[in-house]
Design a binder for this molecule. Structure first.
Ligand code: GAL
Length: 396
């Protein structure tokens, strides 16, 4: 009988055990796995819709404001129109406790965050917060650097559904490395949380964003002016290849209803964001918005373009001087077409159907007038106001 402890047989066993481990490791590495990013894609199958405090209220956030906004999302019909997230931006946090736990501003949020999240949830809405991947937020509140896992765990314990993560005070840090820490922490938390990367396009987030978060800002901040909004919106051409269900380019939040743009300019803002399959985060005071603002933010046919299940971001197909035509292919085989006039006076724009691969005889619907225009042959010409748009649905 062979002694199992003989050195020769012992080393044989060792080698074969090592080989088995190696083979197992190789097989495991080769098997398709659900990465954390893939696992969280379902939370943003279409571009997220909701409201965020920053554009209108800046640091002036409070428990009272957020509750009133949640009420208004329901009472104005925004919720029924598809807006779901109520997100607090910068300035809710003040310091850290000795154990590193983030401390919520006790004056502005006297109940803490969990009861506020519960209130938002009780309205059938979802709740979001903001932090920063660097050492401080842009408003110099504590950042999440070196507290990535702890902060995400805290948010998950409050019932947070959406986290926007900024990039101030991040000198010397690498965005893909830092943001991946939050992705992994979210996956570990076990809670489905939409992950919004906000590093203003630094280090081309569209190249690493799809495996890291659900959306990533592509530019610096928007403001409530036509020039800024249009520079951001019209510069998105070419980024469409990086977007799709679960992972979206983010040209920043809406300024609609904040008063700095004219009616036609706001129509351009909403039309362009819809064609871009951009996240639709209202940034106005929805408690007191005008009927005009409501009609733009809540036009169901325009929202349907943004939220189309095909999840394709539109792109520019033609431009000449101040005129641009953008197209977004839709799930039902039709196309959303924006005829944009960036000029300073009204101008005619002709859409040649063959330019967009539409049949020579096509049905047109005007989505702002909410009117069928009938069947047209070969082309359609519209007069488009200064800084305005004609938004069409073109189908067979
Ligand atoms: C900026 C960010 C804005 C807003 C602001 C808050 O960096 O782009 O959307 O979050 O910080 O301080």
């Amino acid at each position: 009988m062979v002694n199992p402890n003989t050195p020769a047989l012992g080393s044989c066993r060792l080698i074969s055990a090592l080989l088995s481990v190696l083979v197992l490791a190789l097989v495991a590495a080769a098997l398709p796995r659900a990465t954390p990013a893939q696992a969280t894609r379902a939370v943003a199958a279409t571009p997220p819709m909701g409201w965020n405090s920053w554009n209108k209220f800046g640091c002036n956030v409070s428990d009272k404001l957020i509750r009133e906004i949640a009420d208004a999302v329901v009472s104005t019909g925004m919720k029924d129109a598809g807006y779901r997230f109520v997100n607090i931006d910068d300035c809710w946090q003040v310091s850290r406790a000795a154990d590193g736990a983030i401390i919520v501003d006790p004056e502005r949020f006297p109940n803490g965050m969990k009861p506020l999240a519960d209130y938002v949830h009780s309205k059938g809405l979802k709740f979001g917060v903001y932090t920063d991947a660097g050492r401080m937020t842009c408003e110099k509140r504590p950042g999440s650097y070196e507290h990535e896992v702890q902060d995400i765990q805290t948010y998950a314990s409050w019932g947070v559904d959406y986290v926007k993560i900024d990039w101030c005070y991040a000198e010397g840090l690498e965005p893909p490395v830092q943001y991946a820490k939050f992705r992994d922490a979210i996956a570990q938390s076990g809670r489905p949380i939409v992950f919004s990367i906000c590093n203003w396009g630094v280090k081309a987030p569209w190249t690493w964003g799809p495996r890291t978060g659900n959306l990533w800002r592509t530019t610096g901040d928007i403001s409530d002016h036509y020039d800024r909004m249009s520079v951001i919106g019209f510069s998105q051409d070419g980024l469409e290849k990086f977007a799709g269900p679960g992972h979206w380019n983010d040209p920043d939040m809406l300024e609609l209803g904040n008063g700095g743009m004219k009616h036609d300019e706001y129509l351009t803002h909403m039309s362009l964001w819809a064609i871009l399959a951009a996240p639709l985060l209202a940034g106005n005071d929805i408690r007191s918005m005008s009927d005009e603002t409501k009609s733009i933010l809540m036009n169901p046919e325009v929202i349907a373009i943004d939220q189309d299940a095909k999840g394709v971001q539109g792109h520019r197909v033609w431009d000449e001087g101040p005129l641009e035509i953008w197209v977004k292919p839709l799930a039902d085989g039709s196309q959303a077409v924006g005829l944009f006039n960036r000029g300073e006076s009204p101008l005619q724009i002709t859409l040649d159907f063959n330019k967009i691969g539409a049949p020579s005889s096509a049905k047109l619907r005007d989505l702002w007038q909410r009117k069928d225009l009938g069947t047209m042959k070969n082309s359609y010409t519209a007069e488009v106001p200064k800084h305005g748009v004609v938004l069409l649905k073109v189908s067979k």
